[in-house]
Design a protein around this ligand. Structure first.
Ligand SMILES: [Zn+2]
Ligand SMILES: [Zn+2]
Length: 71
């Protein structure tokens, strides 16, 4: 099953781009987008300093070549 993610603004940089969001200014989280329960969006180690819960795993990289699909 493919999990859809939603883009939310990185709380560490407020969209400016930082190392925690790979300089994109946003991160992908599992819907519904929920603020990190540990810090309430203030960023902590549990949310990877993005302020969000349900962060997309690092190994699930969109830059990686797809294993299947395509025209
Ligand atoms: Zn950031
Ligand atoms: Zn947190």
């Amino acid at each position: 099953m493919v999990v859809e993610y939603v883009r939310v603004t990185c709380h560490a940089c407020e969209g400016a781009g930082c190392t925690y969001c790979d300089r994109r200014g946003w991160v992908e989280v599992r819907p519904p987008a929920t603020l990190c329960p540990s810090c309430g969006g203030d960023c902590c180690i549990y949310c990877g300093y993005t302020g969000w819960a349900g962060l997309r795993p690092k190994y699930d990289d969109p830059e990686a070549p797809p294993s299947c699909g395509g025209p």
